[in-house]
Design a protein around this ligand. Structure first.
Ligand SMILES: Cc1cc2nc3c(=O)[nH]c(=O)nc-3n(C[C@H](O)[C@H](O)[C@H](O)COP(=O)(O)O)c2cc1C
Length: 348
């Protein structure tokens, strides 16, 4: 059996009795981590799921579409809601409004690099305005019915790396944990996440640090925790088209064998996801969301690219599900390719 993963002992928020066992979390991802996808990830072992980020101003003004993003009514399992914004009063008001909702923690986004958010001084722009970040976190902590957490990047750019200052401030203001994506805002999604900086933040803080960035399987999960001793790991892109990553991570923690996911199961789960999205969002929007996941499905299978294109082009959910049923009935293309002497590198 592999060595158990090293974790730094931390100060756990007594209001979160479950936190000690939370190691594998699904990152918030706009357009991706809606209820159907959160449910699927939990089915495969995610300890906690996060909703897509929601604008505090949108919640304050009662925007129907914004409120749909945080619809957790009746959701089973641990769930976090994430808000963003640059107006402390709106952030406080959103925290108050969320007080009647089903959520286990309220997370504040200090990491979003997207221009639309940053131009209004939200997301990662707040890393470059620590006094405003301080007013926001203080206002949210004072007004939230549930413990508050924060998700940051390492800084605005390489000249303004300040995760240490920001992390200590967030701890001081009462955050239950800090999640850090190991890139600066300037990097967006380029280069590599800097795990040394995550390790440094783990050493610096007494509260748990959740590491994030570039974990794509059980092996990289092990490497990140061994490198940083972080309390838990958030998975973003690595879960798209691959919710089994959480089962792989669980196997790393618990010492069992990594799951062997059959092609039939892959088809079934993809079909379940399509049904879930259509039930949650309606046919048109549901199919649109599913198409966002398709580009990451069936990696490693011969003919994957062509199959993904057919799925993508199918006119509606019934067509997509019929294609999946058909593929399932034909059997695992890896086995078929091997039998015909065609096994080779992934066509996708
Ligand atoms: C499509 C997409 C949407 C995202 N939306 C959010 C979001 O709403 N809130 C947030 O904090 N991070 C968001 N992120 C960032 C991820 O949560 C995560 O920090 C980042 O992808 C790095 O982790 P990974 O390497 O595991 O993907 C998003 C990322 C992607 C790819």
């Amino acid at each position: 059996m592999d060595r158990p993963l090293p974790r730094k002992p931390t100060r756990l928020d007594p209001r979160l009795p479950w936190l000690g066992g939370v190691r594998r979390l699904l990152s918030p991802m706009a357009g991706v981590t809606d209820r159907p996808f959160r449910d699927i990830c939990r089915r495969f072992g995610a300890d906690m799921g996060f909703c897509e980020f929601a604008s505090a101003s949108g919640l304050t003004y009662g925007g129907e579409n914004t409120w749909k993003l945080v619809d957790t009514d009746g959701e089973e399992g641990l769930v976090g809601v994430q808000i963003f914004g640059a107006d402390p009063e709106h952030m406080a008001q959103a925290a108050r409004l969320l007080g009647t909702r089903r959520l286990d923690v309220l997370d504040i986004n200090f990491g979003c690099p997207v221009k639309k958010v940053v131009q209004k001084c939200g997301g990662s722009a707040l890393l470059a305005d620590v006094p405003l970040l301080d007013r926001i976190i203080s206002a949210v902590v004072a007004n939230s019915a549930v413990p508050v957490t924060a998700k940051i990047r390492t800084g605005w750019d390489e000249d303004k790396v300040n995760y240490d200052e920001v992390g200590l401030l967030l701890q001081e203001r009462g955050c239950a944990w800090v999640t850090m994506h190991g890139r600066t805002r300037a990097q967006k999604f380029t280069g590599q996440a800097n795990w040394d900086r995550i390790a440094h933040l783990v050493e610096l803080l007494e509260i748990p640090v959740i590491g994030n960035g570039d974990v794509v399987d059980g092996a990289s999960y092990r490497r990140l925790v061994e490198h940083t001793r972080c309390h838990g790991v958030m998975i973003g892109r690595g879960a798209m088209g691959n919710p089994w990553i959480f089962a792989e991570m669980r196997a790393v923690d618990e010492g069992g064998a990594a799951p062997n996911v059959s092609f039939a199961e892959l088809c079934d789960v993809t079909a379940d996801h399509i049904r879930g999205e259509v039930a949650a969002r309606g046919e048109g929007h549901g199919c649109l969301v599913v198409r966002g996941h398709i580009s990451r499905c069936f990696r490693g299978y011969p003919g994957a690219a062509a199959f993904r294109k057919r799925l993508y082009d199918a006119p509606g959910s019934a067509g997509m599900i019929a294609l999946l049923d058909e593929a399932r009935a034909l059997g695992d293309p890896r086995a078929a390719g091997a039998a015909a002497g065609e096994a080779g590198p992934d066509a996708g």
